[in-house]
Design a protein. Structure first.
Ligand code: BG6
Length: 496
């Protein structure tokens, strides 16, 4: 790992000190977009607050929008005030603001790239950043190829280069492979950091801690003891002015292909030999390869109609601005997946994701088999043991077990043992982007998706989508604020 134990100060016992990255410039392409405002700058601010950024560091935002550095800096200041998890401290912001530049340039244009290159060299001179570059590619898919080529051609000879590539990473196997090949022609795999921000979430990493830092779970983590697994990525929000993107992508490309399959991979993988990028990703890849194509009856797609979320009336998907009135884009997917290997044979992984579901909830629920023989007189209120990893909200882990109801006789019912992050650690959880930006600066790709993983994920999605082309769905098929179409309930009685 990238961290070292502190030894000298006894008060710091048990705390980890993260390595500080080497001097570098972070160049954000697509800097006028929402991501820069909502995620990247708030994350940089949190890192600055904790002194995790290098002393010799500078940021340049690049986008087509014409504006001066001062305008960009003041917009980012507002963004930090609105979206950062920490209180606003002028002194912390001042340090970051002083190192931030903005450049209006076309990504795919020689002249624009010349100016970016000149600006980066200037920053090297000013901040001692030694030609080290982190390029953050938050640009629309169409602009990506040319930009990658330009950056590849203009790599510095003095320092290192790292490339953070935002999703969407292609829209099917073919386009993802093309993008991977283009990256491989210009960069080495260990220079490429493909974002799946779910991997940056502490609670997702905690799944690995739960499995591999405890002796009690791994022996039962298999088909002999586990009845099935349920993975839910539910959102109550709609598409939030992203209709152009969402119409093209739908739930399967937006969340299923990446976040959801990564959660399945982390849940099902074998213990890696160590916590390094190659070892962890090798094991995830094996799971992705073992996922068989589900039969059409094992996949349910849905689209929400008008309904109510927390008592508020919300429009149906087809009524959202920018959505075609007869759109067949799915906003919900549920599937019964099968990991065809020794550990998981015949143990279904039920997964679902959707927009405008009753609440925001990401969970991994492991349902264990029932005891083979019942001893007690009344077990009508006893459910099977259920281990739930709450990724968000109410971050933590809970375990449902049977306990005797006080009083006469032997009535047994289900109770819960809960671990809540907030209570146990008394500290806020970092945002995923903090961890990911820092790891990319450190050159640690453990929490980023490798080329072959992405291609496997797309292969599964391609097969599902190909089956969908055969018939036209009758949408909408569930009301906003409900848990998806009835047919998804027929796949399984979902854990609520
Ligand atoms: C993004 C999707 O990747 O993940 C969004 O494009 C979705 O549609 C978001 O809302 C969910 O992320 P989080 O961290 O809010 O669960």
């Amino acid at each position: 790992m990238q961290s070292v134990e502190t030894e000298s100060n006894p008060l710091m016992e048990g705390l980890q000190v993260r390595r500080t990255p080497e001097p570098c410039v972070l160049a954000i392409f697509g800097a006028s977009g929402d991501l820069t405002k909502r995620k990247i700058f708030p994350a940089l601010y949190a890192l600055a607050m904790r002194d995790l950024l290098p002393e010799q560091f500078a940021i340049v935002g690049v986008a087509r929008t014409e504006q001066e550095t001062a305008d960009f800096v003041s917009a980012m200041k507002e963004a930090v005030r609105s979206y950062a998890r920490d209180e606003f401290r002028a002194e912390v912001w001042g340090r970051l603001a002083a190192r931030t530049r903005y450049l209006a340039a076309e990504f795919a244009d020689e002249e624009g790239e010349d100016r970016v290159a000149r600006c980066l060299t200037e920053l090297d001179g000013e901040y001692g950043t030694r030609g080290n570059r982190v390029y953050y590619l938050a640009v629309p898919p169409a602009a990506m190829p040319k930009l990658i080529e330009e950056l590849g051609e203009r790599r510095t000879t003095t320092g290192w280069t790292r490339l953070i590539v935002e999703k969407p990473f292609g829209r099917d196997s073919v386009t993802a492979r093309e993008l991977n090949e283009l990256l491989a022609r210009n960069f080495t795999e260990d220079e490429v950091f493909r974002i799946d921000h779910y991997l940056g979430k502490d609670t997702v990493q905690n799944l690995l801690a739960l499995r591999f830092a405890n002796g009690i779970f791994e022996p039962v983590w298999n088909r002999q003891f586990i009845d099935h697994v349920q993975v839910t990525v539910a959102e109550s929000i709609g598409i939030e002015r992203r209709s152009a993107f969402y119409e093209e992508s739908g739930a399967i490309r937006d969340v299923f292909q990446n976040h959801l399959l990564q959660l399945v991979a982390l849940t099902a993988m074998e213990p890696p030999i160590d916590f390094t990028a190659e070892a962890v990703r090798n094991e995830k890849l094996k799971v992705l390869k073992a996922l068989s194509t589900p039969s059409p009856r094992s996949v349910v797609r849905g689209q929400y109609g008008p309904g109510f979320i927390e008592g508020e009336r919300v429009p149906g998907y087809r009524e959202e601005e920018g959505v075609a009135p007869d759109s067949t884009t799915e906003t919900f997917v549920a599937a019964r997946l099968q990991v065809d290997n020794w550990r998981w044979a015949d143990t279904p992984f039920y997964v679902r994701t959707g927009k405008r579901l009753p609440r925001r909830e990401t969970t991994i629920a492991i349902q264990f088999k029932r005891v083979p023989h019942t001893l007690f007189e009344d077990t009508s209120e006893l459910r099977p043991n259920l281990l739930i990893v709450h990724i968000q909200p109410n971050e933590g882990v809970s375990l449902a077990i049977g306990a005797k109801v006080p009083g006469e006789g032997m009535r047994v019912r289900t109770v819960h043992m809960d671990f809540l992050y907030g209570g146990a650690f008394r500290t806020g959880l970092p945002e995923a982007y903090e961890r990911l930006i820092l790891d990319a600066m450190l050159g640690d790709a453990t929490l980023f998706t490798r080329a072959d993983e992405i291609e496997e994920q797309w292969a599964l999605v391609d097969a599902i989508v190909a089956a969908w082309r055969r018939d036209k769905p009758s949408f909408p098929n569930h009301a906003a604020g409900t848990w998806g179409p009835q047919t998804s309930e027929e796949l399984i009685g979902w854990h609520r």
